[in-house]
Design a protein around this ligand. Sequence first.
Ligand code: NDP
Length: 254
Amino acid sequence: MSSKLTGTVALVTGASSGIGAATARRLAEHGAAVALVARRKDRLDDLAAEIEKAGGTALAVEADITDRSQAEAAVQQTVDRFGRLDILVNNAGLMLLGPVVGADAEDWDRMIAVNVQGLLSTTRAALPHLLHAADDGPRRAADIVNISSIAGRVAWGGYGVYNLTKFGVNGFTESLRQEVTKRHVRVGVLEPGGVDTELGSHNTSEVRDAMIDPFYAQTEVLAPEDVADGVAYMVTRPRHAAVSELWIMPTDQA
Ligand code: NDP
């Protein structure tokens, strides 16, 4: 295996399923050593073994990124093992839908903790290493890809706090891009439409019946690999080209 990412190290949060797992596989295929971060260690171990069997390099890192010290430790473990960090994919996320009226405030706290605070903690811990990689890494550039959503562009009833987190991710991404782009850390946002993953499964059966299952029944949604291809595209551009925003939709999602 050899390609544009040979010699680089990538950390993917939420690598135990869905988009994160597909992204980790894809980046490993492109030659990156990948740190797989999530809470379900058994899943991460299986994926690491699969990547290694295919000739890649992977490290399973069990961490709950809503705990800042665990997010920091995940970054440190990656750097301790591989000696550097070139690419951060902030992918871990949670989508709990439903009306604001009568909502369970715990659901809001959990979404904000993963989608916003987890992303911030991981980014903050990774930035010194990414800036160093941009100075003297194999590509003399580094990347942060934040997995936002179409829900970071468009608001819908019932998506309120999920919309809040993803609109927030978009704003933070652009602010950080402006801060570090001249130091060759490229910061971009990827906004998928519907993807076939476990994301909807954490909702109540009422929400799944009313808001999620009908959409998936009527729509030929994206595969996680479609999004992984987008991440790979973003992080394999030449040093002078930065993809700041990539919006990938199922063709038949209006
Ligand atoms: P999945 O539910 O399949 O994956 C979510 C991942 O996040 C899992 O690996 C999970 O791992 C991880 N995760 C959740 N909480 C934590 C935590 N506290 N600490 C560490 N990891 C955590 O969903 P997707 O693959 O669909 O979601 C990935 C991203 O894509 C999310 O940000 C989502 O908002 C976004 N997205 C998804 C769309 C879709 O239609 N599926 C559309 C647009 C955006 P574990 O439970 O093992 O910790």
